[in-house]
Design a protein around this ligand. Structure first.
Ligand code: EPU
Length: 417
């Protein structure tokens, strides 16, 4: 068990380099097992989700190395084995082995995935999609057996544009017989990143990044290569911290388009930043105006930045409405913000945040990954010492967070407890 200790209110200057996107790499590693040969993934962040996926891929018999931000995977020894709960519950993205193993072996045995407890998070769209493609599914408590005599293309329509289901169906469809259409597909940039990787192996995927994806199945996939896109959520988190504490803080290695909704909202609030190519230059804002934030699927304001944004809203002068629309349970950080001095009224998935309030350091809990990011932002601006426990969640998704923030002047350390 570890905890973070932060002395707040330090000015931040210098450069923070953004790493590869967690939500891309967690799909790219399972996708790599579709290659009959080798796959190379560049710009891989060193986060615990990557370590857990590396363990699963190794357990399946592939040879995997991770050095200099590069993963190479050789699938010569790959075998179809059951992925037990010991592996699957370590993270959400273990569910991508469903689509990948189904495509490759037409048979999967796997237990339910883990991940942050931010709502019920069903996987019914994934399963219904596989069934439409000819698979039969037996569920025995947490364990699934998915089998397809023949996996064929299908027309699949999602009620909600789900990131995970879009990627899982895309994985399965690459090696299915015939053509699959996904309608109301999720449009997050991570999906195009995965499609580009699969296409580099010889898959035939068009439309990824739009709401309609067409996948023409092929017989096999060969060598693949991809660079993980920059983590827009990591960049957005540091942008928020910089808007509150920055002095020419440079956030380096972003793709501006991926952050448009976030930049627009921060601009509306009067945040002080400039975009220069692939960099953001951020300064503390003397006066932040109240804004309303509603999380939405891409290209809307990302749910993964809603919680850290809610901490920033406590520093806006006036009343802000913050609404989470994707998950039922992404407000558990609010009580910890209030304990630090925030003035927030919570109504289920909506919060009215009144600012500007002084935050005071105290012991708080990272109840999930992005709640942890919200606590981190709070600790950075609070007076005195903030101790964040349960930070294993944060380490799953933010690469070298202590090193990156210390280098620009933060007082933050990691302690074993
Ligand atoms: N949904 C269903 N049925 C399904 C799939 C989804 O009802 O079969 C619902 C979910 O319950 C949720 C909504 O659809 O209300 C959207 O869920 P989605 O499937 O898009 O989420 P996910 O694939 O499970 C990924 C990221 C999340 C991120 C969301 C939205 C990974 C491993 N996780 O989750 O990341 O919040 O997309 O962008 O890629 C995080 O990084 O903190 C995180 C939670």
């Amino acid at each position: 068990m570890k905890r973070l200790i932060i002395e707040g209110q330090k000015t931040l200057s210098g450069t923070i380099k953004i790493g590869g996107a967690k939500n891309s790499v967690v799909a790219l590693i399972p996708a790599a097992i579709l290659s009959n040969q080798r796959a190379t993934i560049y710009n891989v962040p060193n986060i615990s989700d990557v370590k857990n996926l590396k363990n699963i891929t190794q357990y399946l018999g592939s040879t995997i190395t991770f050095e200099n931000e590069t993963i190479t995977i050789d699938n010569t020894g790959l075998k179809n084995k059951e992925i037990t709960s010991e592996f699957s519950t370590k993270l959400r993205a273990s569910y991508y082995y469903m689509g990948a193993l189904l495509a490759k072996f037409k048979h999967v045995e796997i237990s339910l995935p883990g991940g942050c407890s931010i709502g019920s998070r069903p996987i019914d769209y994934h399963l219904k999609g596989f069934e439409k493609m000819g698979a039969t599914i037996i569920q025995d408590n947490d364990r699934f057996i998915i089998d397809a005599k023949v996996l064929h293309g299908a027309d699949i329509f999602f009620d909600i544009a789900s990131v995970g289901a879009t990627i899982n169906i895309m994985l399965a469809a690459t090696l299915a017989q015939g053509t699959t259409h996904i309608y109301n597909a999720a449009m997050e940039p991570e999906i195009a990143n995965v499609a580009n990787f699969l296409n580099s192996m010889g898959a035939k995927i068009g439309g990824a990044g739009t709401s309609e994806i067409r996948i023409e199945g092929v017989n096999e996939l060969s060598n693949g290569i991809v660079e993980v896109i920059p983590d827009r959520i990591e960049a957005g988190t540091y942008l928020m911290i910089g808007s509150l504490l920055g002095k020419n803080l440079i956030i380096d290695g972003i793709i501006k388009d991926h952050l448009d909704s976030v930049l627009t909202k921060l601009h509306e609030a009067g945040a002080n930043f400039k975009v220069k190519g692939c960099q953001l230059i951020v300064n503390k804002s003397s006066h932040l105006k109240p804004v309303n934030v509603r999380t939405l699927v891409y290209p809307g304001f990302p749910t993964d930045l809603g919680q850290p944004m809610s901490t920033l809203l406590t520093q806006c002068e006036g009343e802000c409405l913050f609404e989470e629309t994707i998950y039922e349970n992404r407000m558990r950080h609010i009580k910890h913000l209030c304990a630090m001095g925030a003035d927030i009224k919570l109504f289920d998935k909506k919060a009215i945040i009144r600012g500007k309030t002084k935050l005071k350091g105290r012991e708080v809990v990272a109840t999930d990954l992005r709640a942890g990011a919200a606590m981190l932002v709070a600790g950075m601006i609070a007076e005195g010492t903030t101790i964040i426990t349960n930070i294993e969640h944060i380490l799953r998704g933010y690469e070298n967070i202590v090193g990156k923030l210390s280098e620009v002047g933060a007082s933050i350390k990691l302690e074993d407890i």
